[in-house]
Every structure is written in C-alpha cells, then in structure tokens.
Design a protein around this ligand. Structure first.
Ligand code: AMP
Length: 214
C-alpha cells in the first residue's frame, strides 16, 4: 500500500503518518526528517537545505526529487510506505508519477488533513521537539512530563527554527501556492481521503482508520 499524506504545516501530518505506518506496517518517509537529520549531521545536502528551510521556503525540486528517488532505490519497502511532506509541488508530483509509472506502481490513497490557518498558527507556536529522538510535544495540548525535557530520552526540547511565527506564516503562504494544487492533481489518480484535522490526534486517527479500512 502506498499512501501520500497532505496538509498544511502543523496540520498533524507527521503524527498521523507515524500512527498509520505503525498500524499498517508501512515505512514512514518524511522528507522534512531526512533534511533535518542531514542538517544535524552537517552534510552537504543539509547545508544546502538549511538555507531554504530556515526561511520557510521549499528546498528546490531537483534536490528533493533526487533525494526521494535515491531513498526509494536504496531501501526496499515490501509492505509499501506513507510519504509525509513529499511531493509538495506540481513538478515534484509529476516527476514522482513518472517514477512510479516506470515501475508499474501507483499511489493508492491520498489523505488530506484539512485545517484552517488560524488553528495552525496557534499549534505551531506551542510545538516543541526533541532533537535526539524526534518526539514531538505541545506546551498546552501535549506537554512533556517535565517542562522542556523529552519524556523518552531526557534531552532538552527546542522550538524548531521554522516553527517561529513569521516563518510559519511564510510556510502557510508557500503551502497554499505550491502544495494545495496537489489535491486536484491527485483526485482521480488515487483514492482521495479528506479528514477534518481540527480534532484530537485520536479523533483524526480514528476517522482515517475508518476510511482506510473501508
Ligand atoms: P516538514 O517537516 O515536512 O514540515 O518540512 C520542513 C521543511 O523541509 C519545509 O518547510 C521545507 O523547507 C523542507 N521540505 C520538506 N519536504 C520538502 C519537499 N518535498 N520539497 C521541498 N522542501 C521540502
């Protein structure tokens, strides 16, 4: 099974993608996570990506497409995967469609987490992440047991540079201009599953499960 998960930054794509990957035994492929781990490791890819990410801009298509193809060529995902954060532009989608077609494969489901921009700004400003194990918290909705410290590994939590208010506004603009058109692009190509993203993590996951099981 191959799933693509769409939604504005802060819609909860990463959280839902992880839950779906666990439940359906799929690989979770997050281009944002891959870029971040390259930034942490100070690789040439990380150095290139950081200048765009820190400003709320997208990493150029050629770089991102090459990264994903390389990732899929070097790893074998027998059960399929869920793509989180890729494709994010029409050229990325077209290039990825052609890649899948060349393997006689296709996307099965496109999940769209729908959520108004006002919700996003609130959510993102409270998000805190662990740079060591990747766990995500929210200072109000899902706080760590000890303030500022990861429950899982005890590392200090940080606010991602691109979660700061001005950068979030830029990311939302980019989302509406570049990524939202993918909804129409994929309607008719894969089963389209829109879900209300304003509920709790559990509510959104329950709705998705119902639709995926249908
Ligand atoms: P995310 O964790 O998915 O919100 O991604 C964080 C940032 O990584 C984005 O704001 C972009 O700068 C970059 N990024 C992630 N995926 C892509 C992609 N498919 N195309 C271009 N840039 C991306």
């Amino acid at each position: 099974m191959k799933i693509l998960i769409l939604g504005a930054p802060g819609a909860g794509k990463g959280t839902q993608a992880k839950l779906i990957a666990e439940k359906y035994q799929l690989a979770h492929i997050s281009t944002g996570d891959i870029f971040r781990s390259n930034i942490q490791g100070n690789t040439p890819l990380g150095q290139q990506a950081q200048q765009y990410m820190s400003q709320g801009l997208l990493v150029p298509d050629e770089l991102t497409i090459a990264l994903v193809k390389d990732y899929l060529e070097t790893n074998h995902f027998e059960n399929g995967y869920i793509l989180d954060g890729f494709p994010r532009t029409i050229p990325q989608a077209e290039s990825f469609d052609a890649y899948l077609a060349s393997k006689q494969e296709c996307m099965d489901y496109v999940i769209d987490i729908e959520i108004p921009d006002e919700f996003i700004l609130d959510r993102m400003s409270g998000r805190r992440v662990c740079t060591k194990c990747g766990a995500t918290y929210h200072i109000v909705n899902s706080p760590s047991k000890k303030e500022g410290i990861c429950d899982t590994c005890g590392t200090a939590l940080i606010q991602r540079e691109d979660d700061q208010a001005e950068t979030v506004k830029k990311r939302l603009e980019v989302y509406h201009a570049e990524t939202q058109p993918l909804i129409d692009h994929y309607k008719g190509k894969a089963k389209y599953l829109p879900v209300d993203g304003t509920g709790s993590v559990e509510e959104v996951f329950a709705s998705l499960n119902k639709m995926l099981g249908a």
